[in-house]
Design a binder for this molecule. Structure first.
Ligand SMILES: Cc1cc2nc3c(=O)[nH]c(=O)nc-3n(C[C@H](O)[C@H](O)[C@H](O)COP(=O)(O)OP(=O)(O)OC[C@H]3O[C@@H](n4cnc5c(N)ncnc54)[C@H](O)[C@@H]3O)c2cc1C
Length: 356
């Protein structure tokens, strides 16, 4: 297995600094006081001094559900001390319904709103940094500016800047009128606000926000990129525009990640590259994940999953595969292992218990 020189690993100790302190409550009962110190992801990584950190991503619940479903997702994972939790952003979708006259009516719906509210709730309940994802798609530059102002007022210090996919009924991504075409432009707008530059020219010198900006990277290349090398050059543009770290698309073969990191380093991308991991959980995902995320599955994994008689067995195979991936990535010096929980924490917990 090829290794990459991400960082010097000083310690693989299982001990992790707690961000909670226990003090006696008014009646002498132990009371959890949450110590909230908002930090940038880059600061969290510096503080970890080479030790691999656990973190995960959640998605907002479907409209109509309350925030308890988020807490049920997070609670079982808190003992592994994630310094940050990502919350995805879901843009609008077009839904067509038939009218009485037989014509189709187009409606715009957002099935999973609430990213900002969830981030604020996480920071206040757990004292852990919440990282909202922010998209070009569906946002004009003014919408983006207002969104960032809300985040700044809420004390949210980190964002992942993404282009977003095309809406489901369209083949290609279309930016909003006066919106951004590529994530690199969104990064530039956030960097401008960090320098006190707002869209409204009347504001000569505005408040400097202080966002730490993450961006997406694709070990197996983004589906629209003509080649992995050109995709890495585009990633370099995002870093040059102000991105301070990269989070990768999921992958199931660590070699893809190690080679990707090497390519990035060769291109002069020197920021942390955080691997994103997803444990396989159903047989259907054998075709769904390659279709939706444009990733390859290793033959050995496919073989093991095909032998399974039900999804419970598949989940166990997925957990074991992910544990092996995680251990190897830690040995290879990955700064963080970032798990895509997709609203389920049981399998992520099994993995974290074995790895952290
Ligand atoms: C870690 C991670 C988290 C994600 N979270 C979300 C989420 O919360 N919500 C969501 O809707 N989606 C999310 N996505 C999916 C993401 O929005 C899609 O993959 C999207 O298609 C690309 O986003 P990007 O930010 O990588 O785009 P970009 O970096 O803009 O790249 C898009 C494509 O354009 C190319 N390109 C870039 N710049 C240029 C240029 N100047 N000229 C020509 N080509 C160029 C790139 O090579 C690439 O093929 C996430 C993806 C990852 C990996």
């Amino acid at each position: 297995m090829q290794r990459h020189p991400f960082s010097a690993r000083l310690s693989l100790s299982k001990h992790r600094a707690k961000r909670y302190s226990e003090k006696p409550g008014p009646k002498g009962n132990a009371q959890i006081n949450i110590i909230t110190k908002i930090m940038k992801i880059t600061e969290h990584l510096e503080k970890a001094i080479g030790e691999t950190v656990f973190s995960f991503e959640i998605l907002p619940p479907l409209k109509g559900f309350n925030i308890n479903s988020i807490y049920e997702n997070i609670d079982p994972l808190m003992e592994f001390n994630p310094p940050f939790i990502d919350v995805t952003y879901h843009r609008e979708e077009y839904v067509y319904s038939e009218r009485e006259n037989g014509l189709l009516e187009k409606k715009i719906v957002r099935k999973r709103p609430g990213t900002v509210g969830i981030c604020a709730a996480i920071q206040s309940k757990y004292g852990v940094d919440a990282v909202p994802h922010i998209l070009c798609g569906g946002f004009s530059k003014e919408d983006t500016e207002n969104f960032l102002i809300d985040l700044d007022f809420l004390g949210i210090k980190n964002v992942v800047a993404l282009r977003g996919d095309a809406v489901k009924s369209e083949t290609y991504f279309k930016p909003e009128a006066n919106g951004h075409q590529f994530a690199s432009e969104l990064v530039e707008q956030i960097r401008d606000m960090n320098e006190g530059k707002y869209l409204d020219e009347v504001i000569e010198k505005g408040h400097n926000t202080d966002f730490c900006i993450g961006v997406a990277g694709y070990p197996e290349k983004h589906m629209e990129a003509p080649s992995i090398d050109s995709d890495v050059r585009r990633l370099k543009q995002k870093v040059d525009a102000g991105a301070e770290y990269v989070v990768t698309q999921m992958f199931f073969n660590n070699q893809c990640y190690f080679e990707f990191v090497e390519k990035c380093r060769d291109q002069g991308i020197n920021v942390p590259i955080i691997p994103g991991l997803k444990p396989l959980a159903t047989k259907k995902q054998l075709s769904l994940l390659p279709h939706r995320f444009h990733v390859d599955l290793p033959e050995a994994l496919i073989h093991e999953v095909e032998k399974c008689e039900n999804n419970q067995e598949v989940r166990q195979v997925g957990v074991e595969w992910c544990i092996q991936q995680s251990k190897e990535l830690i040995k290879g010096g990955a700064p963080v292992l970032h798990y895509y929980s997709m609203g389920k924490s049981t399998n992520i917990r099994q993995i974290a218990e074995a790895v952290f």
